[in-house]
Design a binder for this molecule. Structure first.
Ligand SMILES: *Cc1c(COP(=O)(O)O)cnc(C)c1O
Length: 341
């Protein structure tokens, strides 16, 4: 397979149009078979439900080349399941997981020339998404939907080395207590835009959102879950009904327990505990784990003892093991690394 002439090592995290996307339509109560399309544009009615009432959900996963030259995706079944849950919460028809997995295979194969080579640090990002397409003006779910997967090559997240982040405890809410915080939906991201621009203007890289009900517990950032390492080497991660169940976090918890013989606990984390932790990281598909060096709680600075200049030692072990599994250097649990071509 001849790869595209792209400077893989210098790619950023931006949109680059690829040759094919997968498109399927839901009409008269059923999904069609779907097909690959070369058209990157979508024509929508001016009153379509997605435009007026934000009825849209998405997923994110990566295809990449392993050490032995296979093109693979990481745990796509969990993305398929999560898309089903997100869709159900916004009263959208479910795009069945089995069809989802087939579509992932098809779209990656079709864009194989855009899957970066092993060792480049780059990958082909897949963005499955679904939206209500027919016109509604009275508030109700659409009756017609489109499911698509777009792909775009993205660069290594840490270009020029790891730089630990400075985050602030955020006064804005990411999600309502009994709202949609646990689904992957653009509406949550729209909610977070004001807060993230404000954070950047004030010199912070990210926001740690608190639970909206009590404003005492750590939840997640706008687009990543949070992990902490205690001073005695235990992994702790927030338990909450209003955070997105990150596939990276679930994988890290399992890696900690089964590969590194660590204790891992999912529990409520009080903002007053932050100073007790040794390491902190953000986790998500994009960067796997980004270390946090400093947390600022309304002027009070909490510097994590490990991780001010580099990834903390335990975080690094988790990162190396998980990325080792993803890249085929370490044997992963059954079904984690799925071959496409
Ligand atoms: C996508 C996302 C994450 C990360 O989830 P992964 O499955 O690990 O990529 C975390 N939080 C939010 C709000 C997200 O949308």
């Amino acid at each position: 397979m001849e790869k595209k002439n792209i400077d893989w090592g210098n790619l950023g995290f931006g949109y680059i149009q690829t040759d094919y996307r997968f498109v399927s339509n839901f009409k008269d109560g059923k999904w069609d078979d779907g097909e690959l399309s070369t058209d990157a544009n979508i024509v929508l009615n001016e009153c379509s439900c997605v435009l007026q009432y934000a009825q849209t959900v998405f997923e994110g996963l990566k295809a990449y080349t392993t050490e032995d030259g296979r093109t693979v995706v990481f745990r796509p079944d969990l993305n398929g399941e999560r898309l089903e849950q997100s869709a159900a919460r916004l009263k959208m028809p479910v795009y069945p997981k089995e069809k989802f997995l087939e579509a992932v295979q098809k779209v990656v194969k079709a864009n194989e020339a855009f899957v970066p080579p092993y060792g480049s640090g780059a990958s082909l990002y897949l963005r499955p998404y679904m939206f209500g397409s027919d016109p509604v003006i009275g508030v109700k779910p659409a009756t017609e939907y489109q499911f698509r997967i777009l792909t775009t090559p993205v660069g290594p997240y840490f270009k020029g080395g790891v730089k630990p982040l400075t985050v602030r405890i955020c006064d804005y809410d990411r999600a309502a207590p009994h709202g949609t915080g646990n689904i992957k939906a653009g509406l949550n991201y729209a909610m977070s835009l004001f807060a993230i621009v404000d954070a950047h203007e004030k010199g912070f890289d990210e926001n740690f959102y608190l639970d909206a009900a009590t404003r005492t517990k750590i939840e997640e950032t706008g687009g990543a879950n949070i992990i902490f390492i205690t001073k005695d080497g235990k992994l702790v991660t927030p338990k909450s009904d209003s955070i997105l169940p990150s596939i990276t976090r679930r994988s890290i918890v399992q890696v900690a327990r089964e590969y590194l013989d660590m204790e891992a606990e999912e529990r409520e984390i009080h903002v007053d505990e932050l100073a007790d932790f040794a390491e902190c990281g953000l986790c998500g598909t994009a960067a796997v784990i980004s270390p946090v060096g400093k947390i600022v709680d309304h002027g009070k600075e909490i510097c994590l003892p490990a991780g001010m200049t580099d990834m903390g030692p335990v975080t690094k072990k988790l990162y190396d093991t998980l990325t080792g599994i993803q890249m085929g250097r370490i044997k992963g649990p059954e079904g984690w690394v799925v071959e496409v071509c």
